[in-house]
Structures are given as structure tokens and as C-alpha cells.
Design a binder for this molecule. Structure first.
Ligand code: 6DK
Ligand code: ZN
Length: 370
């Protein structure tokens, strides 16, 4: 069957405020700019390339339904949900929780549509209506913890979808593979105590949050071993990521044998990204998702769902997204990554010794997964 794809016009309507990254302030002299790094245009532009390339004609477009309050409450506190709802009703909106994650009036509705998009992607894949799915949702989710939003994230879309798969669709085991360049602290907070969800985060070491994502954080109680962090030194490219996938991510998911693989798919490990210092290009992301498509065929009946997380280069994120979705769909539009001649000449693809050493330290943790 065909691949599922989700985008909603309202995902392009998040109001990230008039600051660039920090709130504008005459005290700190952070000037207003009107185009926050997480401005939704980057994701809308990715959707437009999926459309303009013609790839969209090969995809089954699925409508996002808003999540229900009960869907959110599987993984978040009532107080967090109520605060978002209340601040969303204010004329100028509010903040997801950390003071650097602004949302506008009505932001609650968009966040519910993002979580609902994640649910619909998972539901249609598990019910067999589509072979696999990419949900280009916004706002992102992977930093949102049980009791608070954080890092541009309001509700943890991936966790909401994983809990839905478990509680509503009856799946026993869900693996989350988080290749967003930042640490997947939200799922670690929410699922750290259970073996029913395997949470693997491959990220730039101490980029964001700067105080989590260490290899030593392995989950607790029954969940010990089912949180797996793979921090990478800054500067890594496809060589480091492919080695991390081949020696840690794939063996871990094989050992776990999930019923579903959810990918926290950010494109902020790209060489063009302002919020991290890694050097991936679109072909690198294509090869990572190829590995996961094959892995899903082997362990999870092909069930693979990508959920959009970060990515802050308006010009380059679209090409990364196109490569990933083409590969999942098994379709080539013949579109070239227009930036390959420039970015490929910069180097950075080769696995370096210090990267190998860091990844090897994580690969020993796989043996505790059963
Ligand atoms: N740093 C994401 O891409 C979000 O993972 C990344 C968020 C980076 C925020 C950078 C930032 C601070 C702020 C305050 C104090 C210290 C550091 F969730 C995704 F969108 F996917 O604000
Ligand atoms: Zn990120």
C-alpha cells in the first residue's frame, strides 16, 4: 500500500513571537526580528517542496484530527494541560513552560492538531491503511515532559502517539528513535520507568538541554536499560550517524523487537542549522531512514512512523525532508538536492576516531535490552 503523509495548514500558523530565539528585550538588547528560529515557514517550505516536486502525488494524504484531552493526559499532568489551555485563551497567548517557547492566542488548538496528527499517523499505519507514514506536524514535541513544555515543545506528540499505540491499539512494545540533534528528554522523562517503550536518542552532546542526554541515563526500575542515549561530539556528519545507527540503534531495536518504530525526525543535525554544530546533508538522512525502513520490515511488520521535530534552516530542511519521504515511499522524483555541490564540498562526512570512540561506549549498553 502507499505511504501516508500528514500536513495541516494550521501547523504553519504557530506564532513564535517577535524574538529571534530569546524574547526581545531592551534590557538584554535582544532586538525584535519577527522571524524566530522556529518560525513555521521552515516546515511550510518543506511541505511545499513535497508538493512542488510532485512527490505528494505518490502519497496518501491523511487528515489530522485534533487529539482528545484524554490522549494528552496519558503522558502529561492535568495541570500542564490546563495551563496551556488557559494561556492559549489569553489575547497574546503564553509560553509552553521554559520562557523560551512562546505560543500565540489559540496555540492550544494547533498543539492538539500536532498531537492528533501523530496519533493519526500511528493509527493508519497500525491498521494497515498505509504502509508507513510521515507526519509533518508542528509545534514539535520531544522536549515536552510530563509536567511541562520546553524547547519549543508544548505536548510530547511522539509520547502521545506511543501511549495511544499501547493503550488504544493494544501494541506491547514501541521503539522511539530520535535523530533530532537535540536530546529526547521528554520521552526519557515520561517513559523512563517502563520497558514498554524503548527510547533511543542520538544527539549532539550537551547541545540542548545541556544537562541531560548522557549515556549514564539509562532509565529506572523496570525501565532500566530501555532509555538509550548516544551523545555525539560536535562536528559529526553522515559517517558518525551511520556508524551510530549500525552499531547502536539497529542492534538495540533488533534486540527489542518492537511492534512499531516511531522516529523523532528533526533536520537540525544538518550542516546548515543554526541551533547545533553537526554536518549532516540530505543524503545522510536518506541513508538513515533507509536503514530504518529495512529494520521495520525485519522487526515491526514494516510499521514505521516519522514525526517532525526540529530543523531551522529554511533553505535546507525541505531537501532533507524530501529525501526522507522519497526513501520511505520508495519513489524518486528525480529532484536533486540543489545544495549538494556547495555543502558536499565542505567535507565532514567521514567517521573520525573520537566519534568512533564515543559511539563504541554506547554500543555496550545494547546487551541489556531484551
Ligand atoms: N536554549 C528541537 O529542535 C528544539 O529539539 C530545540 C530547542 C533549542 C532551544 C535553544 C535554547 C536555551 C534556552 C534557555 C537556557 C539555556 C539554553 F524540539 C525541537 F524543536 F525538535 O533555547
Ligand atoms: Zn532539535
Amino acid at each position: 500500500s502507499t505511504m501516508g503523509y500528514i500536513w495541516n495548514t494550521l501547523y504553519g500558523w504557530t506564532d513564535t513571537g517577535s524574538g529571534g530565539l530569546l524574547p526581545p528585550s531592551t534590557d538584554s538588547l535582544t532586538q525584535p526580528i519577527g522571524h524566530h528560529v522556529a518560525h513555521p515557514d521552515t516546515k511550510r517550505r518543506m511541505h511545499e517542496l513535497i508538493s512542488a516536486s510532485g512527490l505528494i502525488d505518490s502519497l496518501k494524504q491523511i487528515d489530522a484530527a485534533p487529539a482528545a484531552e484524554a490522549d494528552i493526559l496519558r503522558v502529561h499532568d492535568q495541570s500542564h494541560y490546563d495551563r496551556i489551555l488557559a494561556e492559549s485563551a489569553l489575547p497574546k497567548g503564553g509560553d509552553a513552560g521554559d520562557g523560551v517557547s512562546p505560543f500565540g492566542h489559540g496555540g492550544h488548538r494547533i498543539a492538539m492538531l500536532a498531537a492528533g496528527g501523530a496519533i493519526e499517523a500511528v493509527r493508519t499505519v497500525v491498521e494497515g491503511q498505509v504502509s508507513n507514514a510521515y507526519a509533518l506536524i508542528n509545534p514539535p514535541g520531544h522536549h515536552a515532559e510530563r509536567s511541562t513544555g520546553r524547547g519549543f515543545c508544548t505536548f510530547n506528540n511522539g509520547a502521545v502517539a506511543a501511549a495511544y499505540a499501547r493503550d488504544v491499539l493494544g501494541l506491547k512494545r514501541v521503539a522511539i528513535v530520535d535523530w533530532d540533534v537535540h536530546h529526547g528528554n521528554g520521552a526519557q522523562d515520561i517513559f523512563g520507568g517502563t520497558a514498554e517503550v524503548l527510547n533511543i536518542s542520538v544527539h549532539q552532546d550537551r547541545c540542548f538541554p545541556s544537562d541531560s542526554g548522557f549515556r549514564e541515563e539509562r532509565g529506572h526500575g523496570e525501565g532500566f536499560g530501555y532509555t538509550l542515549n548516544v551523545p555525539l561530539p560536535p562536528g559529526g556528519g553522515s559517517g558518525a550517524y551511520e556508524y551510530a545507527f549500525d552499531t547502536v540503534v539497529l542492534p538495540a531495536v533488533r534486540a527489542y523487537k518492537p511492534d512499531l518504530i516511531i522516529v523523532a525526525s528533526g533536520f537540525d543535525a544538518s550542516i546548515m542549522d543554526p541551533l547545533a554544530r553537526m554536518m549532516m546533508r540530505s543524503e545522510g538522512f536518506r541513508s538513515l531512514v533507509r536503514k530504518l525502513v529495512d529494520l521495520a520490515a525485519e522487526v515491526s511488520q514494516g510499521r514505521l512512523v516519522c514525526l517532525q521535530e526540529g530543523g531551522y534552516s529554511p533553505i535546507y530542511v525541505p531537501f532533507c525532508g524530501l529525501a526522507v519521504i522519497e526513501e520511505m515511499a520508495g519513489v524518486s522524483t528525480g529532484t536533486q538536492d540543489a545544495y549538494t555541490p556547495i555543502l558536499g564540498a565542505m567535507g565532514g562526512d567521514k567517521l573520525l576516531e573520537h566519534e568512533r570512540e564515543a559511539i563504541d561506549l554506547a554500543s555496550v549498553l545494547v546487551s541489556d535490552i531484551h
